[in-house]
Ligand binder design. Structure first.
Ligand code: ADP
Ligand code: MG
Length: 364
């Protein structure tokens, strides 16, 4: 065993229910002090994966190690209470007869704090999550969102080596959600614990994760930093799951490290890219909304304009396809306007074929 084992190490892990494969040969590790977001749509296997790691379900095959120790494989499965975990799942699972304050104070006392100190720390956590005034209430006297916050406070109060979260902010107002995410980041970094955080919300994953693991139908399709998965998605599905994207078809006429010349409707344009040298001929290029600008040498016509508060999204029709262009501030064009635009960065779509070609082109 290495001196500093990963908080979680999952190898070739599969979970099947009858003939449904919910988790398909996933390899994934979470380092000590690292927060990994498990990002995928509903039904992609997030909950199944977390349940197996927590010990609520045995794996169909594969192996799970927590802090270097095997807790589940083909022969054995250590029960949940003997895994050093703090979990917040979609159901809050609070003790019905225990007040919010005592619920949160309990794990602090178990860590050896005195009664007074545990209650003070618990009160402080409840206060931060804006439920300090509900400290004496029992679960039946709390709304769903309030119960969820008690469950979150209890998890934050635990001193586990791995935190597991299953879409824990689903019922929270955005300001409480921010407070919780800040609190989680601070505590988790301070304690050196690992975290695995399931969400279907890319913005949430980007805001909190050190790395993002993309799950598509039970398969781990990409694992990387938020910037990697945003700028270098392995395929169109991943690109769409991680934000808005357009797809254009263009020929790369010249390529050097970090910079390509691409031919867009007869015009040669120099763009940034982190991709390796391309194959010859035309290829599909992904363009994020910030990788194109209004104004420049390329011709287009505005199809739609959407004002979104701090920025405006324009869908521009061009000879190479529709491009979503995001500009700060309010709109200064209307649908139907002829405009010029420019391209600043691209990422080539991998030629991984099957399934992708049937997806519609254009911005999401
Ligand atoms: P997610 O949390 O990403 O929404 P789940 O892990 O809940 O995904 O589900 C993954 C797949 O497994 C889905 O196709 C779902 O219908 C199926 N599934 C989940 N739980 C069960 C179960 N107990 N029995 C049969 N199929 C299940
Ligand atoms: Mg789920």
């Amino acid at each position: 065993m290495s001196p500093d084992p990963d908080a979680l190490d999952v190898r070739r892990l599969s979970v099947t229910y009858g003939d449904v494969t919910a988790v398909d040969a996933v390899d994934l590790c979470v380092r000590a002090g690292e927060l990994v977001a498990l990002l995928g749509p509903s039904g992609s296997g997030k909950t199944s994966l977390l349940h197996v790691v927590a010990g609520f379900l045995p794996p169909t095959s594969g192996e799970i190690r927590l802090a270097g120790q095997v807790v589940a494989d083909a022969r054995r499965s250590v029960p949940p209470e003997r895994r050093d975990l703090a979990v917040v799942f979609q159901s809050y699972a609070l003790w019905p007869h225990v007040s919010a304050l005592d619920t949160v104070a309990y794990p602090i006392r178990r860590r050896g704090a005195g009664r007074r100190e545990a209650r003070d720390q618990a009160a402080d956590l409840l206060e931060r999550l804006h439920i300090g005034h509900l400290a004496t209430r029992r679960p039946a006297e709390l709304s769903g969102g309030e119960q969820q916050r008690v469950g979150l406070a209890r998890a934050l109060a635990r001193n586990a080596s791995l935190y597991l979260f299953d879409e824990p902010t689903a019922h929270l107002d955005s300001h409480v959600r921010e407070v919780f995410l800040d609190e989680l980041a601070t505590r988790q970094q301070a304690s050196g614990a690992g975290g695995l955080y399931a969400t279907h919300d890319a913005a949430e994953a980007f805001g909190l994760a050190d790395r993002i693991a993309l799950l598509n139908r039970g398969r781990l399709v990409q694992l990387g930093t938020p910037q990697q998965v945003y700028e270098e998605p392995v395929d169109l599905w991943t690109a769409r799951m991680t934000g808005a994207v357009s797809r254009i078809r263009a020929a790369v006429t010249e390529a050097s490290a970090g910079r390509w010349t691409v031919k867009v409707a007869g015009q040669e344009v120099s763009v940034d890219t982190s991709a390796d040298l391309p194959g010859s001929g035309s290829c599909d290029l992904l363009v994020r909304p910030g990788w194109a600008r209004l104004g420049g040498d390329l011709a287009g016509r505005v199809r739609t304009v959407r004002f979104r508060g701090d920025h405006t999204d324009h869908v521009v029709e061009s000879a190479v396809g529709e491009v979503l262009i995001r500009q700060p501030g309010p709109p200064d064009h209307a649908a139907g306007d002829d405009v010029t635009w420019s391209l600043t960065r691209v990422w080539p779509l991998g030629q991984t074929g099957a399934g992708q070609s049937s997806m519609p082109a254009g911005p999401e």
